[in-house]
Design a binder for this molecule. Structure first.
Ligand code: ATP
Ligand code: MG
Length: 544
């Protein structure tokens, strides 16, 4: 398309959506190294990879993560999914019924008598269409056969009858109110299934465990995953709307404290292998949800918080009602002194949870894993119980958590499966990479090994063959697509960070002796084809 044919509108520049980003070379090499290391380390602990869908029914997350959490209540990317071709007519009539307005030329509201029929009967037709098409789709199971949809359709039917039979009486205002209430009802008709982009993956792993009958496999089942997650958060350093997690879950079997400790040992081994700096492991136990354990503690915490309510900020004041445990999470400077005086969960664990917690600590010590106890570590998701942990690393500012995890024994059952023990963690890969970069662990730009500077038809043919052989031997080769003067070619090789330039001109080809220039020191030597390959192999072995 010529420049003139593109108008301003079409020339609009597209940009990545706020909170999402492109990951580019050479940074992606570091991402790959992180992922590769995770695969290697996790495999040595007997974990296998699970690949999961990126979207799931909204209900799965609402149920697992918890309807009251920030994640579910305001951060999920949710959309209605339906088969547009089959349901087009219903979608159209729903839209028409929702956007309909009566004619504004009618003058002031007042008694209308028989005039109303003419004004409002088009609307009754629209609602009638929604009712007819909706009921038919419901019968055939083309829209969700939920009790809500059943109720909406029954309600529509009843109210439409009332409306039609009283069309000739009442005021314009009364009719308008009726229309609005119809619209409210029509809007409630769910044509598609509500889906959400996953904000985390533990719920999906548990769903998959049940769906594939993995409880029949030798227990526990050990799975890891990696991939993008989505949360509508305020983007900042280390916090994105599309971010990446590497996580693992152990499902089934027992809740032996050694399992908790081994999972933590595995993450720490992974971080160690990557030489992540300033790694700090915090652990805690948040007990289980019984009166003689967490629930009892939360009651005491609530009472204590009520007593100091005036001294707390608005966020914490609100949380006293909604989720008192989260007050302990507060980073507000002014609240720290108050929080330090609050009752601590360790003093209120039931005997079984207390025993489990001390055994986990003992198991960590046996594995040489260094931890810090942090009684304020509560984790944001509803499903956690007993062991919780968080790992921070250096160079990340206030977003310094690189890994969060914990035990969630009730989750699989909550999702309709059999009672199943579970524990896992999720590593924030974006922050992991950021921390590695900050501490200078990023690999240098990956240059080419060999740049082939060729001139002439015969040399081109030889160059293509040489490139093929070198690549086969594992060297990274840049073969320019068109002939260049040697001077220009060498400049280009330099820019690409190539280690060597292989010079192929008419002389080299006819002599069968190829010139290899080492770009770092400018030295040059001639080799036969087999000698050259041998020489490069030796050099590579020396440098790695
Ligand atoms: P935070 O307290 O930092 O918000 P979180 O408790 O919400 O973390 P989890 O749901 O436990 O985090 O997820 C595990 C890890 O995933 C976190 O420790 C963090 O490294 C990473 N993570 C969570 N949300 C984001 C995000 N929006 N952007 C980048 N990484 C994230
Ligand atoms: Mg968060």
């Amino acid at each position: 398309m010529s420049e003139g044919a593109v108008n301003k509108e079409e020339r609009r520049k597209f940009q990545a959506i706020k909170g999402t980003r492109d990951l580019l070379p050479p940074e992606t090499a570091l991402w790959n190294r992180g992922e590769q290391t995770a695969r290697e380390v996790f495999a040595t602990f007997g974990f296998g990879e699970i690949r999961l869908p990126i979207f799931e029914p909204t209900d799965l997350f609402a149920r697992a993560v918890g309807g009251e959490t920030d994640i579910v209540s305001k951060e999920m990317y949710t959309f209605e999914d339906y088969d547009t071709t089959e349901l087009l007519e219903l979608i159209e009539s729903r839209r028409a019924a929702l956007t309909w307005t009566d004619s504004p030329i009618l003058g002031p509201p007042g008694p209308l008598g028989s005039g109303t029929q003419a004004i409002f009967s088009p609307y009754t037709t629209l609602v009638g269409n929604v009712l007819r098409l909706g009921s038919d789709a419901f019968q055939k199971g083309k829209i969700p056969r939920t009790p809500e949809n059943e109720r909406v359709l029954a309600d529509l039917k009843y109210r439409l009858e009332v409306f039609v039979s009283s069309l000739n009486s009442g005021t314009l205002n009364e009719k308008r109110q009726f229309v609005n209430s119809f619209k409210g009802l029509v809007a409630q008709l769910k044509i598609g299934e509500s889906l959400s982009l996953r904000p985390e993956a533990t719920a999906s792993v548990c769903r998959a465990y049940v769906e594939h009958g993995m409880q029949q496999l030798p227990q526990p089942v050990k799975l890891y995953y990696m991939g993008p997650m989505f949360r509508r958060e305020r983007p900042q350093k280390g916090r994105y709307r599309q971010f990446y997690q590497i996580g693992a879950e152990v499902l089934g079997g027992s809740d032996a404290p050694a399992i908790d400790a081994e999972v933590i040992e595995m993450v720490m081994t992974f971080f160690d292998r990557l030489e992540l700096q300033g790694v700090q492991l915090d652990i805690n136990s948040i007990g289980h949800s019984a009166d003689n354990c967490r629930r009892g503690y939360v009651e005491k915490l609530k009472v204590a918080l009520e007593n100091v309510k005036d001294k707390l900020g608005p966020d914490s004041q609100r949380r006293i009602e909604t989720n008192p445990l989260r007050v302990l999470d507060s980073k507000l400077e002014s609240e720290q002194g108050i929080i330090a005086t609050l009752p601590r969960i360790a003093d209120h664990l039931c005997e079984a949870c207390a025993t489990h917690y001390s055994a986990v600590k003992h198991q960590l010590e046996m594995r040489g894993v260094i931890y810090r106890e942090n009684w304020r570590l509560v984790r944001g998701l509803d499903y956690y119980m007993r062991t919780t942990f968080e790992i921070t690393a250096q160079g990340l500012g206030s977003q310094n958590a690189v890994c969060g995890g914990g035990r969630y024994d009730g989750l699989v059952e909550l999702l309709g499966g059999p009672p199943t023990k579970g524990i896992g963690f999720a590593i924030g890969e974006d922050r992991l990479i950021l921390s590695l970069q900050e501490s200078g662990k990023a690999p240098a730009q990956q240059g080419r090994d060999v740049y082939i500077a060729w001139m002439g038809e015969r040399a081109h043919a030889t160059a293509i063959r040489a490139a093929k052989d070198l690549r086969k031997a594992g060297f990274s080769v840049e073969l320019p697509p068109v002939e260049q003067k040697f001077g220009k070619a060498l400049g280009q090789a330099d820019k690409l960070g190539a280690k060597y330039a292989l010079i192929l001109g008419d002389n080299e080809v006819s002599e069968g002796l190829w010139t290899l220039k080492t770009l770092a020191d400018g030295s040059q030597a001639k080799y036969t084809e087999p000698d050259l390959l041998e020489h490069l192999r030796k050099q590579k072995a020396l440098s790695s």
